[in-house]
Design a protein around this ligand. Sequence first.
Ligand SMILES: Cc1cc2nc3c(=O)[nH]c(=O)nc-3n(C[C@H](O)[C@H](O)[C@H](O)COP(=O)(O)OP(=O)(O)OC[C@H]3O[C@@H](n4cnc5c(N)ncnc54)[C@H](O)[C@@H]3O)c2cc1C
Length: 63
Amino acid sequence: MAAIEADYLVVGSGAAGMAFADVLLHETDHTMVTVDRHHAPGGHWNDAYPFVRLHQPSATYGV
Ligand SMILES: Cc1cc2nc3c(=O)[nH]c(=O)nc-3n(C[C@H](O)[C@H](O)[C@H](O)COP(=O)(O)OP(=O)(O)OC[C@H]3O[C@@H](n4cnc5c(N)ncnc54)[C@H](O)[C@@H]3O)c2cc1C
């Protein structure tokens, strides 16, 4: 198995993990790896609202 090297390991790609990753990407030269037990970003919304997508206007999903 090949090793993966990065400056940061972000555990969780919910709102907090993605916000942290966004700042790292745009404001530093650091590298990162993000992992999550879900198969997609979005945190617990993958479970609570699986029909919601990023950039989808809230009026169209009615939550
Ligand atoms: C039912 C419900 C409805 C909500 N509705 C709204 C709303 O309409 N508007 C709004 O602004 N806020 C809403 N919130 C609040 C908002 O969704 C949360 O405050 C926000 O998602 C929290 O983000 P988080 O990154 O802290 O956690 P999460 O979104 O829970 O993300 C954490 C992630 O970390 C992962 N993780 C945890 N431990 C591990 C591990 N050991 N290994 C791998 N992965 C791991 C989890 O799988 C998850 O994907 C709602 C919350 C709930 C519960």
